[in-house]
Design a protein around this ligand. Structure first.
Ligand SMILES: [Zn+2]
Length: 272
């Protein structure tokens, strides 16, 4: 290509001059653009927050906070992550690697958040491939039976507070099940409910942290018994948190408490 720029029918001297001029011009051009080439737009340095969710059976005494023995979350408490990191491009795409029953349960868990009122339109959508997904869900060995049930990692740009990708890993060493109904009383002891834990993990994925005052909230810190399913359904605090992050009436984005009035020790249920 370089040669093609030289005018052919001419003397050797002319060709040399033209070549030297062209080289000089290219050098000057290189100097003029070198600062740009030396400082291409830098990719943002991402940070990652990781939540390790564990099974912690609790039988502590304390009256049900709703007083009637039901499993309805009452608290409007929520807590955001790092001052309100959140997704800024929608839909957020996901890819689930698992057997068909577990994948179906996880889709239900995603939809429990997706179906909420929020002004961003379609929040989640299936990805075309694992490589193209913003969120990848899979099962893998973590720490053997019990202990850790799932781990969610969220990568974000600290400058813009934008979440850019997330991973959810269920511990394949634990026993998993898919309960047919949404009822905490229905919790049989044959394994941990995928949708129950999945809904909690996707609360982290959208930018919510743990709350400790109402064990019926989806974002309550622990799975308290095998087979529990009450985390499938969002409670007042879960909804408040989502609206705070994605433009709802609650506004803000900083870590918040939407009005917890439950005294310490009274939020946990001895039997669900
Ligand atoms: Zn968690």
């Amino acid at each position: 290509m370089f040669q093609s720029l030289i005018i052919a029918p001419t003397s050797n001297r002319f060709t040399v001059i033209k070549t030297a001029s062209l080289v000089l011009a290219l050098l000057l051009f290189s100097f003029s653009i070198s600062p740009v080439l030396a400082n291409p737009e830098r990719a943002p340095e991402l940070e990652t927050v990781t939540f390790i969710d564990v099974f912690r059976p609790t039988h502590e005494a304390g009256p049900p906070i709703d007083g009637d023995g039901s499993c309805t979350a009452q608290s409007s408490s929520y807590k955001t992550i790092r001052g309100g990191i959140h997704w800024q491009t929608f839909p957020v795409t996901y890819w689930i690697v698992g057997n068909p029953l577990d994948v179906a349960a996880m889709v239900n868990a995603v939809e429990s958040w997706d179906n909420e009122e929020h002004p961003v339109g379609d929040f989640f959508a299936p990805a075309g491939s694992e490589a193209a997904a913003d969120v990848v869900v899979r099962w893998a060995s973590i720490d053997g039976p019990s202990g850790t049930l799932a781990v969610t990692g969220i990568s974000f740009n600290p400058a813009t507070k934008e979440i850019v990708r997330a991973t959810v890993t269920f511990d394949s060493d634990d026993t998993w099940a898919n309960q047919p109904t949404i009822s905490c009383e229905d919790g049989s002891l044959n394994g941990h409910d995928v949708e129950n834990v999945g809904a909690h993990e996707f609360g982290h994925v959208i930018g919510l942290a743990h709350v400790n005052d109402d064990s019926n909230l989806t974002m309550y810190t622990f799975v308290t018994q095998p087979g529990e399913t009450m985390k499938r359904s969002l409670g007042p605090g879960d909804r408040e948190g989502m609206l705070a992050l994605y433009g709802g009436a609650s506004g803000g984005g900083d870590e918040g408490d939407g009005g917890n009035s439950c005294p310490p020790g009274h939020a946990r249920r001895n039997l669900c």
